[in-house]
Ligand binder design. Structure first.
Ligand code: SF4
Length: 321
């Protein structure tokens, strides 16, 4: 779509707002494709605050794609621990090896090329290509979808939604435009209470927040039961199976059946995706428990599940974890 003068004014308004109002996040200070790639993978389904901390640790430990490709997967999972969705870390590691071994260490320079790499879909490839290589391709995530729906006053899905996003795109500065749309959705055009009076697109918006809020998905509840075998500063851990569909090969406490009559040593809450878990940790009673004994300092060098890390911190004291 050729931009009209109204369309251009709208683009200018959003870009001006973004320049002055965006959150100062570490990956916004770089155009390095590797760093942007890492941030985009981490940001999938993870809160920005959790990513900020891990992003810097990850880049310190694996500062280049070469360093990541040469690393052992266990080390990558250890640094990733706490972010969840470990399949992302495996794919990132695998893709780094494809870049080093099949692309001679050179990154693809467009969306189509990035999309060939493991773990990179349409959204991530468009984000990296537009931010790091200035390719004029729009991104659509949940925030962008909501902004477009409210702005245009109609709901699009699938291909028509991507088409609409590409029509709106400011092709001269696609990376900034994409980030501005996502930032607007994350900070102003909020799911429940859009802040329309603060919105740079207010003058062009067809709905100004008058759409029905989307029903929130109902969260599930479940219980998890674990045994903790601890002797002084040592603890027994077990490794999840290599073919486990979730968090394969990560380390955790042995899980046990529910035992309502026993008083737990620890009770805590933990959320994973759409489920809130009540977690009960009982003192281990097995005579010859199967697993690996490690000191709790050694435990934190392993690829622990996020929940296990939380329990060990609780058990051994926050200051030592
Ligand atoms: S005016 Fe309101 S509804 Fe429209 S894009 Fe801005 S925040 Fe969203």
């Amino acid at each position: 779509m050729a931009p009209t003068s109204g369309h251009k004014a709208m683009q200018k308004a959003l870009q001006g707002w973004y320049r002055h109002s965006h959150r100062d996040l570490p990956w916004r200070h770089t155009r390095d494709p590797y760093a942007i790639w890492v941030s985009e993978i981490m940001l999938q389904q993870t809160r920005v605050a959790a990513v900020v901390e891990k992003y810097e640790q990850f880049l310190q430990r694996f500062p280049t794609v070469k360093a990541l490709a040469a690393a052992h997967l266990d080390d990558v999972l250890t640094v990733w621990s706490g972010l969840g969705y470990y399949r992302r870390a495996r794919s990132l590691h695998q893709a780094s090896q494809v870049v080093m071994h099949h692309l001679h260490g050179k990154f693809p320079t467009n969306q189509a090329g990035w999309r060939q790499l493991p773990g990179i879909g349409r959204y991530t490839s468009a984000a990296i290509a537009s931010i790091a290589f200035n390719e004029a391709v729009a991104v659509v995530d949940g925030n962008v979808e909501r902004v477009i729906e409210r702005l245009c006053g109609e709901r699009h899905e699938g291909e028509p939604l991507w088409d609409r996003a590409n029509e709106l795109l400011a092709a001269q500065h696609p990376g900034d435009w994409n980030q501005a749309m996502m930032e607007l959705g994350a900070t102003v055009c909020l799911p429940k209470q859009p802040q329309c009076l603060l919105c740079p697109l207010h003058g062009w918006c067809k709905t100004r927040g008058a759409t029905e809020p989307q029903p929130q998905a109902k969260r599930k509840r479940a219980e998890l039961w674990y045994a903790i075998h601890a002797q002084e500063d040592r603890v027994l851990l077990v490794q999840r199976a290599v073919d486990h569909s979730l968090m394969a090969e990560m380390w955790e406490l042995p899980s046990i059946p529910a035992q309502k009559e026993v008083e737990p040593v620890h009770r805590l809450r933990h959320s994973i995706t759409d489920t809130d878990y009540a977690v009960f940790v009982l003192r281990g009673r097995a005579r010859k428990p199967v697993g690996k004994w490690v000191t709790h300092q050694e435990a934190h060098q392993l690829a622990l599940t996020g929940l296990t890390r939380k329990i060990l911190r609780l058990h051994f004291g926050r200051e030592q974890a």
